[in-house]
Design a protein around this ligand. Structure first.
Ligand code: DAH
Length: 345
């Protein structure tokens, strides 16, 4: 009986010694087993009753020692786990393959702009740029559109608050005025850029959009040069076989024309896009009015020129069959994802 009790204490001591504590769960299991309210040491304390008096002291010391061992092991393991957690900061695996980044695609407006720039580049046109916040003179007056001229109503203008002489440019024709003021002919530029008009936003109109303006000024520039330049552009951009020029009016050109490309009228879609005519309007153009040349300090005896201007969104919509201009400004990735990720133009 006595020997058995001593052996039990020894067994417990071995069990404590051999317990593996490698994580929080094992630590808690150890605590419940050896230190909890129903721990397995308690019954051995109770057994002291049955130990003969002359060995009670020895027995008592032995169990106390075992209990202390359990407590010490618990404390030490808890400390160890704590410092291990502190050292266990995630070290990245430098050999792991990199996460793949999703490739973006070019915006359809950029695709079309790049293509336009590339086509005119082949004809020797360089790029000119200027400010989107413009003064009244460069946007209107220099371009033969003085104050109170009815043509100003064609382009509802955003003026800068408290400064009626400054505005958001309504067309990239304003760049013409700057270039002519600053450069001697021959001038051969295109001016791509963003323009603003106070329009009610709908599927066909927006208050911001892009235009490409063209300007060619040199000696003996003729309407035939204009026609041929536009024809080349239409052929390259749309694969068009025919263009037609309809007489029109712009304050800065005389004569002025609007240009249609032959789109065809075969399918239902063609009919819808061309309103049943097969022709599609793509730009406005004309011979630069001598009054404009004079305003910008160009010798009208010596030089003449042509200009043209077109909307980039309109052409992107035609090319990619987009039926709502607002899609071009919303940056919805579901829309943008549809464009070729590798295309530049
Ligand atoms: N600026 C005109 C517009 O925004 C477009 C335009 C028409 C530009 C004829 C020109 C031109 O240079 O000759 O509607």
């Amino acid at each position: 009986m006595v020997i058995e009790a001593f052996e039990k204490v020894k067994e417990l001591e071995t069990a404590i010694h051999n317990s593996n504590i490698n994580n929080k769960e094992e630590l808690e299991a150890f605590r419940i087993q050896f230190l909890g309210t129903k721990n397995c040491i308690k019954p051995l304390f109770a057994a002291i009753r049955d130990i003969p008096n002359d060995r009670k002291k020895e027995y008592g010391q032995l169990i106390n020692a075992v209990k202390q061992q359990a407590e010490q092991k618990f404390e030490a393991s808890a400390q160890q786990l704590l410092s291990k957690a502190a050292n266990d900061v995630d070290v990245p695996d430098l050999t792991a393959p990199a996460e793949s980044l999703e490739l973006g695609s070019r915006h359809p407006v950029s695709l079309v702009l790049n293509q336009m720039i590339e086509i005119f580049d082949r004809l020797g046109f360089t790029i000119a740029e200027d400010s989107e916040i413009e003064d009244d003179w460069h946007n209107f007056t220099a371009l033969n559109t003085p104050e109170d001229h009815p043509a100003r109503d064609m382009q509802d203008t955003y003026y800068i608050l408290n400064d009626p002489s400054r505005l958001l440019r309504t067309h990239t024709s304003s760049v013409q005025s700057h270039v002519m003021m600053n450069q001697e002919p021959p001038i051969r530029i295109i001016a791509p850029g963003r323009v603003y008009r106070n329009e009610t936003i709908s599927s066909r109109a927006h208050c911001q959009f892009h235009q490409v303006e063209g300007l060619y000024i040199a000696e003996k520039v003729s309407f035939a040069d204009l026609r041929q330049t536009i024809y080349y552009f239409a052929k390259e951009m749309f694969g068009a076989t025919k263009i037609r020029l309809r007489p029109s009016f712009f304050p800065f050109t005389e004569p002025s024309a609007e240009v249609d490309v032959w789109w065809g009228c075969d399918s239902e879609a063609d009919k819808r896009i061309t309103k049943g005519t097969g022709w599609l309007e793509i730009l406005g153009c004309g011979m630069v009015d001598p009054a404009v040349l004079k305003n910008c300090g160009i010798d009208t005896e010596k030089y003449s020129g042509f200009a043209f201007g077109m909307g980039v969104e309109r052409i992107a919509m035609l090319k990619y069959q987009i039926d709502d201009i607002r899609l071009l400004f919303e940056n919805d990735v579901r829309f943008l994802k549809q464009f070729d990720k590798t295309a530049i133009f």
